[in-house]
Design a binder for this molecule. Sequence first.
Ligand SMILES: C[S@@+](CC[C@H](N)C(=O)[O-])C[C@H]1O[C@@H](n2cnc3c(N)ncnc32)[C@H](O)[C@@H]1O
Length: 438
Amino acid sequence: MEGTREQLEMFENGEYSSYEALMDSYASQFAELIAPKGETTFGFWMQTLADAAFLDLELRGLTERYTIDPVDRSVQFEGDEACLRNRVAHLEKVKGVPTLYSDWVDAFDDTNAYAFHNLYPYKGKFYPRIVRTLINAFQLQGDALILDPFNGSGTTTHEASLMGIQSVGIDITPIGTMIATLKNELLFAPVSQLQLTRADLLEILHAIRAGKWEYPDPILHKLMLLLYFDTADAFERTSRYSRKGEEGLFIEKFRYIATCLEKTIEVRERHQLVFKPAQIFQGDALKLDEHSEFAGKFDACITSPPYYFSIDYVGKDRIAYEYLGIEMPTIESNYLGMKGDNSGVASMNGLPRKVVMYYEDLRKSIQLIYWALRSGGKLAIIVGDSTVNGKKIPTTLKTKEFCEEAGFIYDGIIFNPLLGARNRAIRGESVILYSKPS
Ligand SMILES: C[S@@+](CC[C@H](N)C(=O)[O-])C[C@H]1O[C@@H](n2cnc3c(N)ncnc32)[C@H](O)[C@@H]1O
């Protein structure tokens, strides 16, 4: 470690570099140690064993033959080079040329917050990179149709749109539906739609605070409300932004979204991408069969039902619901596992009644997903075990039981640790793969 030795010698001679210089020297040495070698190379965002498993999964869908060299962080493959470069989510370069995904990452300086994925900090949203990987693994093309019956803030539908694939997203909450719809609309907006001055924005903020915000343009109507909810929530949780003030933070958040629009259009034009709109609506996953047109219609379902927690899911968006005059108990009463009275439900293997009810709903939603998929259709269901009052809630195994009971054929599982997760009740999640028999 040349640099390190140099620093030690300097120290012994009574000198020492600035911490900035030390950090730079460490960073370049480290980069050299792990720098990929070859023409088709890992992205720097590939850091865990789960990432290696996801790369393996998507290469199965995107190439004819491949080998992964984890030491050199590179791949050898046979197959359609241009297709791999356009779709893969874990490689930085294919035959020496940067992938579309690495262009997204570079443009937004983030591996998951590209396009409008970072529009709003929705609770329990998942990583767009995983959705992209699953779409690749399932070999879905431009004529495919994807379903997410627990679409939340619309990560599945947004990523499908970016990849030029149509999708349907359903969620029980008005806020999730609003976010997913807005992401969908922003993809097709011109830059001029978000050209507002500071004075315009302040006027809008005052109208919102006075409860008088109504705007004919549906994008601006929703965007301003969501930015306001996000700003007000930030002020309620922390004093970190007090110097900026509510106005300053609101304007900053707006400018961020306007920049996202510019960057998204740049990437779209550079790669001549054709985005496809998603169909988003508010609805109950347990009533999917009320839409008879959905029977056997979908090529794939990529979804994540709500995890079982003892914490308040809907309460996270309290400010928004209060502002919109929506009763939270009404929403909660349709939430998976939270329907009405549970006194008639027997406890199962010592699990609390509430958990048993949650499992009953989970079982039913899986049966309905089966019903909505075509023969040979694919399911990726992302679930996590949680620990509530010291007791493990074994959702992963229960999901397996329900999928098999519904008729699905098991294709595999990848455990994805949530390394930086703040909530210690959940340590990771599992992506479980199934097919409906042909
Ligand atoms: C883990 S989150 C999914 C988040 C989503 N993948 C995203 O990226 O934003 C689970 C979602 O299921 C929704 N949900 C709960 N009960 C539902 C029901 N009965 N029907 C439809 N959606 C429901 C919740 O509102 C929540 O958005």
